[in-house]
Design a protein around this ligand. Structure first.
Ligand SMILES: [Zn+2]
Length: 340
């Protein structure tokens, strides 16, 4: 099969489109023909060098395609079915996995990170990862869903315990997690304040359901959020930007409010003033991907059309270097999808 692999870490030039041996599915696995693989920021970090990545390596976490064949022990899907893949790898038998907390498994990793991913034509994966999709959902849209929607759903429900009608500040409305978080928050009839970097992105954020949009280049996020909430502050902040926005995100919180973070795109070192942490009784929560149960739950809303994937643009897999360069310029609104 054809695959895009890296043999060394570095810039887009280390991505090589080449011939690789076809994967051989085990008796408990499903062979998938990849039709679409959406990109995530983690793709750029892996390409640049992440510990635990064995070379040569195939990147790509968000995959949709068709079942080619199933192993002898597989009962829930059959050849020809249209599916997407749960973007995670876990042992499926430890205490964490069997109690539904796959993202706390010691073997937990994202597809395309600790194990090979979907920037290729064929993949062999465990049956538990394979989830049928309705005919109404295109492959590019299906591939754009899993990672960001399970991440946003886990942040808001599993971690921040969102309640109907709360006020939620979503950083970076144009990012995959931002797009998902705005929509998930609206499922709970939240008042959503989003941040965006220009008028076009602000308009797109409103179309997704944001009630207010702050320009994060021209305005102070914390001050604006307090103004919008009549000085009260917000119940929940969805953070993934990191160092560049951390202080403003903290300022936006109401007493007893929750800041939940799943990333640190602009830097991972921040400071916390403990006097405010204890006197305002803030909750600072970490969040990483989500559970299989949350993935199935959020997908139900996607399959019913209540939550929508946003595709920025597609590239053929053999133009993966251009796709990485496009993502590095970070001008997109929505997902970049590779088609093998
Ligand atoms: Zn496990």
């Amino acid at each position: 099969m054809k695959a895009a692999r890296i043999h060394e870490f570095g810039g887009p030039e280390v991505l090589r489109y080449e011939d690789v041996a076809d994967p051989k599915p085990r008796k408990d696995q499903v062979l998938i023909r990849v039709k679409a693989c959406a990109m995530n920021h983690i793709d750029l970090w892996i390409r640049g060098g992440l510990t635990g990545v064995k070379l040569p390596h195939i990147i790509g976490s968000d995959i949709a395609g068709e079942v080619v064949e199933v192993g002898e022990y597989v009962t829930s899907v059959k050849a020809g079915q249209r599916v997407l893949l749960a973007p995670m790898h876990f042992c499926n038998h430890c205490v964490a996995c069997t109690s539904g907390r796959q993202n706390q498994c010691r073997e937990f990793t994202v597809l395309g990170n600790g194990v090979d991913g979907g920037n290729c034509e064929l993949m062999a994966v465990p049956e538990v990862n394979v989830i049928p999709i309705p005919d109404s959902l295109g492959f590019n849209e299906a591939a754009s869903v899993p990672l960001v929607f399970v991440t946003a759903f886990h942040m808001l429900t599993g971690r921040a315990s969102i309640r109907p009608g709360q006020t939620v500040l979503v950083l970076g409305a144009n990012s995959g997690v931002g797009i998902a978080a705005i929509q998930v928050a609206k499922l709970f009839q939240a008042t959503v304040i989003a941040t965006a970097g220009d008028d076009h992105k602000a308009q797109r954020a409103r179309e997704l359901g944001a009630d207010f949009v702050i320009d994060h280049y021209k305005q102070k996020i914390g001050d604006e959020a307090r103004k919008i909430t009549a000085k009260e502050g917000v119940d929940i902040v969805v953070e993934h930007v990191g160092a560049a926005t951390w202080n403003e995100s903290m300022k936006a919180l109401k007493p007893g409010g929750t800041l939940v973070t799943c990333g640190a795109t602009t830097g991972h070192s921040v400071s916390v003033d403990l006097r405010f942490l204890f006197s305002k009784q803030y909750n600072l929560l970490g969040s990483y991907m989500g559970t299989m149960g949350e993935l199935h739950e959020v997908l139900r809303h996607v399959f019913h059309g209540k939550l929508k994937a946003v595709v920025d643009r597609t590239f053929p897999l053999n133009e993966i270097r251009a796709a990485h360069e496009h993502m590095e310029r970070s001008q997109m609104f929505g997902k970049i999808v590779l088609n093998p």
